[in-house]
Design a protein around this ligand. Structure first.
Ligand SMILES: *Cc1c(COP(=O)(O)O)cnc(C)c1O
Length: 358
């Protein structure tokens, strides 16, 4: 259906352009619907990384100086952007989350200064799966006249997200985190807030001047379809995933000296991060090569640095490096969970026995 769609959605003078534009606008409606936004509030980007960059650099560009409040366990797309802005004279406060892995709204309130222009706090942390109280933080920001940006790459499509109820001004979304294509994402920009956001990519003035460049039509169609499926399946799927995750944790917690990292109940259905006392994290990961788990941070396997996220929530280095991130998703079955827990229990016992007899 779409493979003949070679028109440029910005070419408004011929039918091929119109068709492409219709598909793009349809996807905009689909994505907007998933987060309770108006389609005109969606700006297409290449992913959540670019959305985070646009939100923070785009505002910093307008203000030129001032202060940002964020948290110490944000995704690198936010942390590295803040680091870049600090080198250009913007001040940044990094809030330390609690031992439950949550960013306290009170701490955010206390960190806001007279020249704070934006607060950026993630909805769900990608390593530990905890769910922050975004509505309360958003309420504080609105009362204090500070813009509020939320990296929602890990919450959209997994839990209900309504930008109006949550008092959000800007929200970052990633296509591939909602079972859509890679290389596509969006930034929600609240219209009523009159946000003085400046573009960081200049060109033909696409996306109301906020993000120039020919739209990635095929990817946009894909993220729109993915958003629709998420919306339809959200309730049933989150129930199913919660059951799977509880099944997983119910088994894992029977192993002695096992710790859940982050709050037990304030979390998304499909993700837990678990520390195994008295085992070496890397050996554990290697021994579990038939189970698709990961250590805290993605793919820095050459250096076995404990995760900065686990460090930020106060997990000791030894336990942090013996922690694994488990996700269950749309294609995970009960049998796979049972297989995984049996393997993990075996491996943990073997590694501990080996240690004990050495
Ligand atoms: C994956 C992720 C990103 C980056 O998203 P891309 O679309 O891959 O750029 C940003 N923030 C969080 C919390 C993520 O999980």
């Amino acid at each position: 259906m779409f493979d003949g769609d070679f028109g440029n959605p910005a070419s408004t003078s011929h039918v091929f352009g119109w068709e492409a534009e219709e598909h793009v606008e349809n996807a905009r409606v689909q994505l907007a619907q998933l987060i309770g936004a108006d389609p005109l509030e969606i700006v297409w980007t290449s992913g959540a990384t670019e959305s985070d960059n646009l939100a923070l650099k785009g505002l910093a560009e307008h203000y030129g100086s001032g202060h940002i409040v964020t948290s110490a366990y944000e995704h690198k797309a936010v942390l590295d952007t803040c680091d870049y802005l600090e080198k250009r004279g913007i001040r940044v406060t990094y809030i330390t989350p609690g031992a439950d892995g949550l960013v306290s709204p009170k701490h955010v309130e206390d960190a806001i200064e007279d020249d704070t222009f934006v607060v950026s706090v993630m909805h769900v942390n990608n390593e530990i799966g905890v769910l922050n109280d975004i509505a309360s933080i958003g309420r504080i920001c609105r009362d204090r006249n500070v813009f509020f940006h939320v990296d929602a790459a890990q919450s959209v499509g997994k839990v209900p997200v309504n930008v109006v109820d949550l008092n959000i001004d800007m929200l970052s979304i990633s296509g591939h985190k909602i079972y859509g294509p890679k290389g596509i994402g969006a930034l929600y920009v609240r219209r009523a807030a009159s946000i003085p956001l400046q573009a960081i990519i200049h060109g033909g003035g696409h996306e109301r001047g906020l993000r120039s460049g020919t739209l990635a039509t095929h990817q946009i169609v894909g993220i729109g379809a993915a958003a629709s499926v998420c919306e339809q399946e959200l309730e049933r799927e989150s129930e199913r995933l919660r059951n799977l995750r509880e099944r997983l944790w119910a088994h894992l917690r029977q192993i002695p000296d096992v710790h859940l990292n982050g709050s037990e109940d304030q979390r998304i259905p499909g993700l837990i991060n678990v520390g195994f006392g008295g085992v070496d994290g890397e050996t554990l990961l290697m021994a579990l090569n038939d189970v698709a788990v990961s250590s805290g941070s993605a793919c820095t396997s050459a250096t076995v640095e404990p995760s900065y996220v686990l460090r930020a929530i106060g997990v000791a280095d030894e336990l942090a490096s013996a922690s694994l991130r488990f996700t269950v998703g749309r294609f995970t079955t009960e049998e796979e969970v049972d297989f995984a827990v049996t393997r993990i229990a075996d491996v943990v016992h073997t590694l501990r026995d080996r240690r004990a007899t050495r």
